[in-house]
Design a protein around this ligand. Structure first.
Ligand SMILES: Cc1ncc(C[n+]2csc(CCOP(=O)(O)OP(=O)(O)O)c2C)c(N)n1
Ligand SMILES: [Mg+2]
Length: 325
């Protein structure tokens, strides 16, 4: 099995980026099945439909950069390099999981590729990322921090305090807001009085950009310039990624609160299909190769599921490991 770092290096070509987006999609679909079959305890939150953002990010930053993200971070973990066994194993509470099976769905982590343990508390990752960015600045390193949060998190106090501090200290940080239009079961227009969340950067005199989060190329271009800006010591950027989650908020939410027809409209702009169509049009990839890739990735993920289900649960004494007193 490849290490997380080795898997990260594979993201250099656009064909490999498409492969990773497919892997994320199939892992997420399998998580839903594993949940329904009783292998997942507690909750789990899928990012189907949002794959381009994580893969775009992982294609740009280095493993020395640090990322904080949310409970919806399975896609980010896989994109950064954590294996399907590491992600699925953690979600199913098995020893093979990336936190040894004691963290679960909302606490994926892998320091070797800069993934801080993912955050279950809305907005909690932002100040931590700012702390990492401040440390990098004080040390004079060129490393940056990235904070990923949802649209709902932009209404949390920690979001505003962190943006203010990041701006005033010119911290090397990129704030990514995955605006998927919903916070739990509430549509954004019922909770948030502005349409473009990027505008929240204006209060903090911060660089901002609205990005088509379904288009991998647009995501990569925006993240590249925000990362260069941060590495040059020029300060933070707020990137609002317009996106959509195909599934409900969490494991058993049928999302009956969606606007009629909304899901179908977004599926017409599926990030995997947009990327595949571009590659096929450019002539560097064929339809047949795409079909073969889908089959290969499906087998890879099915094999990971088998490996995970054969992995034991953590021993009881693991409860006391990594706990400070
Ligand atoms: C501080 C805090 N308040 C409330 C919750 C309950 N909660 C969990 S997810 C969520 C919605 C967050 O929505 P958003 O930031 O848009 O992220 P998304 O789930 O859409 O990715 C809420 C309110 C929480 N986990 N933490
Ligand atoms: Mg949301």
């Amino acid at each position: 099995m490849k290490t997380s770092l080795e898997r990260r290096k594979v993201l250099e070509s656009s064909i490999n980026q498409l492969d990773r987006m497919l892997e994320i999609r199939y892992v997420e679909e399998n998580i839903q099945k594993l949940y329904e079959d009783g292998h997942v305890r507690g909750s789990t939150h899928l990012a189907i439909g949002q794959e381009a953002i994580s893969v775009g990010l992982a294609s740009v930053i280095t493993p020395k950069d640090v990322v904080t993200c949310t409970y919806r971070g399975h896609a980010t973990a896989l994109a950064l390099g954590v294996s399907p066994e590491g992600v699925l194993g953690e979600i199913c509470g098995r020893q093979i999981g990336c936190a040894g099976g004691v963290g679960g769905s909302m606490h994926l982590m892998d320091a070797s590729v800069g993934l801080m343990p993912t955050f279950a508390i809305v907005g909690a990752g932002l100040p931590v990322a700012a702390g990492v960015a401040l440390a990098a600045k004080l040390k004079g390193s060129k490393d940056i921090a990235v904070s990923i949060c949802g649209d709902g998190a932009t209404n949390i106090g920690a979001f505003h305090e962190t943006l203010n501090m990041a701006s005033i200290f010119k911290l090397p940080i990129v704030f990514i807001v995955e605006n998927n239009l919903y916070g739990e079961y509430t549509r954004i227009n019922l909770s948030t009085p502005i349409e473009n969340l990027a505008d929240r950067a204006d209060s903090y005199a911060m660089r901002k950009e609205i990005v088509d989060g379904q288009d991998l190329d647009a995501v990569i271009t925006a993240i590249k310039s925000a990362v260069a800006f941060a590495r040059n010591g020029e300060g933070p950027t707020l990137l609002e990624m317009k996106t959509y989650r195909y599934s409900g908020h969490s494991r058993s939410d049928p999302a009956t609160y969606r606007l009629p027809g909304e899901l179908d409209l977004w599926k017409q702009r599926d990030p995997l299909e947009i990327t595949a169509a571009k590659l096929i049009k450019s002539g560097i990839f064929t339809e047949a190769e795409y079909v073969a890739m889908q089959a290969e990735v499906a087998v890879r993920v099915a094999t990971a599921v088998k490996t995970v289900l054969a992995s034991p649960a953590p021993e009881l004494d693991q409860i006391f490991k990594h706990v400070s007193s």
